[in-house]
Design a protein around this ligand. Structure first.
Ligand code: ACO
Ligand code: HSE
Length: 372
């Protein structure tokens, strides 16, 4: 996609907020929670021009470049001066989800005894995350968000915001996400969590003084990443090609039982290595299981009843080739949102990750639908 030129980076920064004790839905207690978040633009005097952007499973708060951190973010072309979420007009806020590993309190953070929480970190739900973010909104003086927007797990959290605090959400944007995690999504999640837990280095979650479960986390990423892409894309990019200088039919000297790799294997190895270098396995487990537990209708009489009280604007988008978050599931969500929004189609050969690479296709519709 073409990116409009960036005239100047918006004002912005990296921040931390202590939100106090968080009692989780399932009875856990986190005594002193800190949220890491980033901001772009300026909040107006009424606190009425704020937009909340929520990241996906392994994302973080760095949505776009700003003056304090010019590194491009994961939705850089969507958020900034003159962009769909125009930071000359909107004050944009993006927190790292509680339980994560990019600044907010998570399993790798020190507990009161100074040791990492590890296995002691309580199970979290997306509603617990929304409660943490509600306190952030209160702290910032944001009465109602003009929009709460996210993709994948971020979209699920956005929907939870609309169901939990309908009066505080004027518009909700849900990309490549559904009202409830399906059996298929739970099944793929379970293969990933098993890979981590069965790694001998996992040590029940208390691995911080050892090597840790890098192998298990890497396998989890390989499984997940394959579901984020399509069979067609992988065939087109890699086919049956061997990785350069490797022979899938030949033994590798010095590696007992080893053989050369196909290019697609090397690609997945690379994705695994990148993730293990930037993500904590316990956070991966925690957030994956929070997402497996996602059902906006849980305890609320079902999905339709849960969203019936939400009177704000709605934007729903699906990637046409997404084999994990099916376009039909986005249609089902749109059909029960009171605004009855159309489902915008992101056309992409790559599948689920298309919401990260092709969002420019829906930028105008997103802005118009949410009055941004
Ligand atoms: C909304 C959110 O919060 S998510 C936050 C952002 N997401 C992430 O960071 C998650 C991790 N990344 C991703 O999921 C993806 O990289 C995306 C979706 C962001 C971008 O995808 P794409 O641009 O299509 O990149 P793609 O999946 O093709 O990967 C390219 C990488 O594979 C490498 N690669 C390609 N072929 C091979 C091969 N045969 N062997 C080894 N590596 C290979 C490339 O060198 C490149 O490496 P690099 O990323 O270190 O530069
Ligand atoms: N590639 C994205 C997609 C998850 O929905 C991530 O890792 O967060």
């Amino acid at each position: 996609m073409s990116r409009p030129p960036r005239a100047a980076l918006p004002e912005g920064g990296r921040h931390r907020l202590r939100i106090g004790e968080l009692r989780t839905e399932t009875g856990g207690v986190l005594p002193d929670v800190e949220l890491a978040y980033e901001t772009w633009g300026e909040l107006d005097a009424n606190g009425s021009n704020a937009v909340l952007v929520l990241h996906a499973l392994t994302g973080d708060s760095h949505v776009a470049a700003h003056a304090a951190d010019p590194t491009p973010g994961w939705w850089d072309a969507l958020v900034g001066p003159g962009r769909a979420v125009d930071t000359d007009r909107w004050f944009v806020v993006a927190p790292n989800m509680v339980g994560g590993c990019h600044g907010s309190t998570g399993p790798s953070s020190p507990a009161a005894d100074g040791r990492p929480w590890g296995s002691r970190f309580p199970f979290l739900t997306l509603r617990d995350a929304v409660e943490a973010e509600r306190r952030l909104a209160d702290h910032l003086g944001v009465g109602a968000w003009q929009a709460v927007i996210g993709g994948s797990m971020g979209g699920a959290r956005a929907l939870e915001w609309a169901a939990t605090h309908p009066e505080r959400v004027a518009g909700v944007g849900v990309l490549a996400a559904t009202a409830r995690s399906s059996a298929d999504q739970i099944a793929w999640g379970q293969a990933q969590t098993a890979a981590i837990r069965l790694d001998p280095g996992f040590l029940g979650g208390d691995y911080y003084e050892g090597a840790g479960p890098a192998a298990g986390l890497g396998i989890a990423r390989r499984i997940a990443h394959t579901t984020y892409r399509t069979a067609g894309e992988l065939e087109h990019r890699f086919g049956r090609s061997p990785q350069v200088a490797e022979d899938p039919f030949g033994a590798v000297v010095g590696v007992p039982g080893g053989r050369g790799r196909y290019a697609v294997e090397s690609y997945l190895d690379h994705q695994a290595t990148k993730l293990t270098g930037r993500f904590d396995a316990n956070s991966y487990l925690l957030l994956t299981e929070a997402l497996m537990g996602h059902d906006v209708g849980r305890g609320r009489g079902g999905v339709e009843a849960a969203l019936a009280g939400y009177r704000g604007r709605a934007f729903v988008a699906a990637v046409d080739s997404d084999r994990l978050y099916l376009p039909a599931e986005s249609q089902a969500l749109a059909a029960v949102l009171p605004a009855r929004p159309p489902v915008h189609t992101i056309v992409s050969p790559i599948g689920h990750d298309g919401f990260l690479t092709e969002y420019g296709q829906v930028a105008d519709a997103l802005r118009d639908s949410l009055a941004l």
